[in-house]
Design a protein around this ligand. Structure first.
Ligand code: PLP
Ligand code: SF4
Length: 439
């Protein structure tokens, strides 16, 4: 895989191209049909950079980047795949395929952790779509034009955003609402643009969202959560919008705020092409900082060496490791889940191999309903084997940074699977979250 330099235009591939791409991986007709069946339920999208520069086609279907963006037939129950494959094979009407796919989706917990009900703030009693306010200092903003990605990760917990079901979508094109909300909430110091991928937006659109925030004195940082450095680094190099985008970053920094570029890297190979280092250099030159985060995914990055290698490369390239996440309880979670015990072992073994400069990373962390819960370890207390946990972030700030215990369970993959140790309830089950919803 040699990266051919120079600016080529961005080229997206969608389900229309799936059959042809799978043929490139050597999948026979039967296997292609079953993957296409999965793609009617879970959205598929990738681009020429990922296909040509990141995937090692000679290693398909085991190649980690292939597994990262292409649906896999065992992501859904066998009966569902067979039913959908049957419909596709018989050239059933699109409406029937869609209906079957929709029914299967609804069984996949499309909006975990109370995203739709619990975190939507209100202005004058009216819910503000496209905003989430869960932790007092940070507001999440989902710009309407940023609700897609340069490529879709197969493990994405935001897949509901991508399938165009209006009930499942949360997005806003109204920056006025955000500004008004922030002004009414002086505790908010950080705005996190998220999606999808906000960097899919043109500079002109991004600017419309960012500029009105620059005059708000209470805002100390603007963050952009993005996979673009991994999936489309040319966005910051040869893209016609690259220069203007970097200038916008500089304007944020010159307004006295930190512009934190939250880069999503799932596998070390995403760091390899030279253009990534070039893009990193340009972003840093703009005055922005780059922090990195990713979920721990079975079969893609579930070895300690993969993480220690990523953290070291990222640090060498000028980026700051930030979070290792536990994969969320949505979509094909059974397929990707790593147990909490295993996740902690992988984190610890990786963490033990890196210098202090990489140890800015926290995790493994679950973004659960009450907050971000970090698995600190497994130990024995008073003759009982327990998980030691703490909140990195919590809906209720009282809980942040206080250790708590759960019975050790080698099969647990999420907070819901855990039972409290030395107590009847977990600390987050005692307290009422401050009611920000009626603010
Ligand atoms: C992770 C997260 C944030 C940001 O938390 P930090 O600890 O400041 O990085 C904000 N809101 C939500 C809902 C989050 O999941
Ligand atoms: S980049 Fe993030 S939001 Fe986009 S598909 Fe991947 S995990 Fe989902």
């Amino acid at each position: 895989m040699i990266f051919s330099k120079g600016a080529r235009g961005f080229r997206a591939y969608t389900t229309k191209h799936l059959d042809e791409l799978l043929g490139r991986g050597g999948l026979d007709e039967q296997a292609r049909l079953r993957v296409r069946a999965v793609a009617t339920v879970l959205p598929f999208r990738t681009n020429a950079y990922v296909v040509d520069e990141l995937i090692d086609w000679s290693a398909v279907p085991d190649d980690p980047i292939y597994r990262l963006v292409f649906p896999q037939e065992d992501m859904l129950p066998e009966a569902d795949v067979s039913r959908l494959a049957g419909l596709l094979r018989d050239a059933a009407p699109a409406a029937r395929v869609q209906e079957a796919a929709r029914e299967i989706r609804m069984r996949l917990n499309p909006h975990p952790a109370g995203q739709l009900e619990l975190n939507v703030p209100r202005v004058d009693g009216e819910p503000v779509p496209g905003l989430q306010h869960k932790y007092s200092e940070t507001v999440l903003f989902f710009p309407k034009q940023g609700q897609t990605c340069h490529a879709y990760c197969t493990y994405c917990f935001r897949w509901a955003q991508f399938i165009g079901e209006p009930d499942l979508k949360m997005a806003s094109d109204d920056i006025g609402n955000l500004v008004e909300y922030v002004k009414a909430h002086p505790e908010v110091t950080s705005i996190l643009f998220t999606g999808g991928d906000p960097m899919i937006m043109s500079e002109a659109v991004l600017r419309r969202y960012v500029e009105p925030l620059l005059g708000l004195e209470q805002i100390e940082s603007i963050r952009i959560g993005t996979k673009s450095l991994a999936y489309w680094p040319d966005r910051f190099v040869g893209d016609p919008d690259a220069g203007a985008t970097l200038k916008l970053f500089t304007e944020v920094v010159e307004s006295g705020k930190s512009l934190a570029f939250m880069a999503h890297f799932t596998h070390p190979r995403e760091l390899e092409p030279d253009i990534v280092q070039t893009a990193v250099g340009r972003i840093l030159e703009s005055g922005a900082t780059i922090r990195t985060q990713a979920p721990l995914i079975r079969s893609i990055n579930d070895r300690p060496d993969t993480w220690s290698h990523m953290w070291r490369r990222q640090t060498a390239m000028g980026m700051i490791p930030y979070y290792m996440f536990v994969e969320r309880d949505t979509g094909p979670q059974d397929y990707f889940a790593v147990t909490l015990a295993e996740a902690h072992r992988i984190f610890r073994d990786a963490y033990a191999q890196v210098s202090g400069l990489c140890r800015t990373v926290r995790g493994p962390s679950m973004s659960a309903t009450p907050g971000k819960v970090c698995v600190d370890g497994v130990t024995e207390v008073a003759g009982q084997r327990v998980f030691v946990l703490h909140f990195i972030q919590a809906r209720d700030p009282e809980l942040v940074g206080r250790p708590f215990f759960a019975h050790y369970d080698p099969h647990a993959v999420w907070l819901d699977d855990l039972r409290p140790a030395f107590a009847d309830r977990f600390p987050f089950e005692f307290t009422e979250a401050p009611n920000r919803l009626s603010a």
